[in-house]
Write a protein that binds this ligand. Structure first.
Ligand SMILES: Nc1ncnc2c1ncn2[C@@H]1O[C@H](COP(=O)(O)OP(=O)(O)O)[C@@H](O)[C@H]1O
Ligand SMILES: [Mg+2]
Length: 375
């Protein structure tokens, strides 16, 4: 059933993705109710109301569920039981099943294979003996990654031998991991897509992503790849969404190797940092599209209006004072987005900006110049 403006959308999680969703939803006339344990949250500053509770607090979840017409999420590590519990009150989009698939790297990579797609060569690691056997399937150097709860490069150690991998595994307290071959990358790209209750899919233009220290630094759109590779990435992401019967907005991150292979890195069952460019450069943003999908509205067009470079601003830029905002705001074709976080910490995503120019190279030069002045 279509939920029209005036309906209440419940959002699990109160980070910046929830905040930008909230703006999009309220712009369209929806009410937004956030459930998030932290009192200070970027999304709750702008929402209609905020329930401060843990994600497993069934009394709070009941109160939340009873007030919502539909529930969605911005946080992929929401316990699957929470989503299942909430489904008794109203539709939960995406489903617990789809979210669960992205919560464990081992499950996720097996799912990628089941879709007929190629993950990065990996070995599932449950014991030190699994590491000793790994050289059969992967080569060093490799990256040991915790199977669960990793983000922004956290829970990852680069290792050069079985002995180093075993030491790193012990350091990670022997939790389940994947040992992934470290690939020589030509570039990284991502696809953000939306899938409707009826099973239709629309992809946003492919983004090219540069990471620093495992954290996204900038997204460049359109990606500097040929049309066939872009189409292959969109087809792969669509296949994954279909197989999950996904409803909402999701993202797939890819590696393009020096040999030209397209490998799946990981997926996210939610809007994605590499899709922030859509806020300023597309007819419909990824956040408006999420509102449209969960409320069973038609798709918004995903056309790119201008080449764009999106740059993340991490807490590192704050030092002891505010960054040089005027240097950024002097650029008449750059859009600033700040997330309202009270404390700047190294590696913490505080905001981003998008620079738009008719020629992509000009946006790259200007965005880099601004970044230099912000430091
Ligand atoms: N196997 C790999 N080979 C080469 N680079 C990698 C590999 N795994 C991760 N990276 C680099 O680290 C970044 C973050 O890793 P990712 O697995 O996406 O973790 P997270 O969940 O923290 O985003 C990637 O975008 C890429 O730049
Ligand atoms: Mg990633």
């Amino acid at each position: 059933m279509t939920l029209l403006p005036g309906s209440t959308i419940g959002m699990l999680g109160g980070g910046q993705l929830g905040r930008m969703f909230t703006v999009a939803a309220r712009t369209l006339g929806y009410r937004v109710l956030i459930l998030e344990p932290d009192f200070h949250s970027p999304a709750a500053q702008l929402s209609d109301d905020h329930i401060i509770a843990a994600y497993d607090d069934e009394v709070a979840l009941t109160a939340f569920g009873q007030r919502c017409d539909v529930i969605t999420t911005e946080f992929e590590n929401i316990p699957a039981q929470t989503l299942e519990f909430l489904a008794q009150f109203c539709p939960v989009r995406p489903s617990a099943h789809a979210v669960k698939m992205a919560q464990d790297r081992i499950v996720e990579k097996e799912f990628v294979r089941a879709c007929g797609l190629q993950p990065v060569p990996f070995a599932a690691i449950h014991t030190a003996a699994d590491i000793a056997a790994a050289p059969h399937s992967i080569q060093f150097p490799a990256i040991l990654k915790t199977a669960r709860m990793g983000y922004d490069g956290k829970g990852q150690v680069t290792v050069h031998s079985v002995a180093e991998a075993q030491a790193a595994f012990a350091q990670l307290h022997g939790v389940a991991c994947v040992l992934e071959q470290r690939m020589e990358l030509e570039r990284e790209i991502s696809v953000i897509l939306a899938r409707s209750v009826g099973g239709e899919v629309r992809c946003f233009p492919v983004a090219e992503n540069e990471h620093h220290n495992g954290i996204l630094h900038q997204s460049i759109v359109p990606a500097r790849i040929d049309a066939a590779l872009a189409a292959a990435a969109q087809a792969a992401a669509t296949r994954m969404a279909d197989k999950l019967e996904f409803v909402g907005v999701m993202a797939v991150e890819f590696f393009v190797t020096r040999q030209g292979e397209l490998l799946i890195n990981e997926m996210a069952p939610r809007t994605h940092n590499s899709g922030h460019y859509t806020l300023d450069a597309c007819i419909t943003s990824q956040f408006e599209q999420q509102v449209r999908m969960v409320c069973e509205l038609p798709f918004g067009a995903t056309d790119l209006l201008s080449p764009v470079v999106m740059v993340n601003m991490l807490g590192d830029l704050w030092h002891d004072a505010q960054p040089n905002w005027l240097a950024l705001l002097q650029s008449t074709n750059t859009k600033l987005h700040l997330y309202g976080k009270h404390e700047a910490r190294p590696g913490r995503k505080m905001g981003h900006y998008c620079t738009l120019t008719p020629q992509l190279d000009d946006a790259l030069t200007e965005a880099a110049h601004i970044f230099q002045q912000l430091q």
